[in-house]
Design a protein around this ligand. Structure first.
Ligand code: B12
Length: 222
């Protein structure tokens, strides 16, 4: 199992699409958790990012990596029910100037599949759109996704605006993407997440959902 997972990370890193698909199918057959497989692909994507930074890879390779991830997600259906009838408890979006949305979409799918209502504002979302959505829906969680360094400033601006609008105490702010504790402190968020399973746990904790009421069946194929 460990071997399959290690090989999966490398197959993503080397952009070997067919091998990635084979390993994901093999992993699912062996009973490896879909969330673990998603995290392996995620780790592989980080390596792709490093190779891009070192100029071994080009933008076309980033695009290829995202296409591979999208294909993997078709093997791992993470949304098993529509959220349309669910009361929105989480507002989510990728912040202004940033169009990375794979991680955001995974979190959205996982939350919805656990019966948590999510409004997805999309990508490149201006600060006031987030703030208006918090105001209008009364959602308890605001999830901001950002993978660019420039996204930190936008996240900070959103939280500043929430403060100025007296909405900050009404909502818990989670940031995800290329973030860490320092970014969380800088922007003034409540939580930072770079692992989808942990993100779901944090949301359930905030919403006070009994952990035992949601067995580990969020992914259709588990
Ligand atoms: C794929 C990719 C792309 C794709 C994105 C396709 C898409 N639809 O998203 C494309 C090709 C479009 C792209 C474009 C660019 N990219 Co790009 N891209 C990546 C890459 C390789 C992978 C990102 C990814 O999808 N990872 C997989 C997902 C699952 O991971 P994730 O988003 O982190 O999500 C996980 C967690 O963070 C968390 N999460 C995410 N969001 C949220 C939100 C909430 C609320 C919660 C709770 C959790 C959560 O859950 C997820 C699952 O665990 C990264 C490398 C890296 N280190 O990540 C570079 C990277 C982010 N890109 C980078 C760059 C530079 C660019 C471009 C500027 C390139 C260019 N010259 O044009 C453009 C920018 C476009 C823009 N304006 O946004 C840099 C950013 C560097 C920086 N310091 O700012 C990176 C880090 C690569 C690098 N090392 O240089 N990119």
């Amino acid at each position: 199992m460990v071997n399959t997972r290690r090989m999966l990370v490398t197959a993503v890193e080397t952009l070997d699409e067919e091998k990635v698909i084979r390993l994901v199918k093999m992993g699912l057959n062996k009973g490896i958790s879909p969330l673990d497989l998603i995290e392996d692909v995620h780790q592989g994507m980080k390596r792709v990012g490093v190779l891009y930074e070192r100029e071994n890879y080009y933008i076309a390779d980033l695009i290829m990596a995202s296409l591979i991830f999208q294909r993997v997600l078709t093997l791992i259906p993470i949304t098993k029910e529509s959220a349309s009838e669910q009361k929105p408890q989480v507002i989510i979006g990728t912040v202004k100037h940033d169009i990375h949305d794979i991680g955001k979409n995974i979190i959205k799918g996982l939350l919805r599949s656990r019966g948590i209502g999510v409004i997805d504002l999309g990508v490149d979302v201006p600060p006031d759109v987030f703030v208006d959505a918090v105001q209008e829906t009364g959602a308890k969680i605001l999830g901001l996704s950002g993978l660019l360094t420039s996204s930190y400033e936008v996240m900070r601006e959103i939280i500043d605006t929430l403060n100025k609008s007296n909405l900050r105490s009404r909502v818990q702010v989670m940031i995800g993407g290329m973030v860490n504790e320092d970014v969380k402190e800088y922007v003034g968020a409540d939580y930072w997440v770079d692992d989808c399973a942990y993100g779901v746990e944090v949301c359930r904790h905030i919403l006070n959902i009994d952990v035992n009421s949601c067995s580990n069946t969020m992914v259709g194929v588990v």
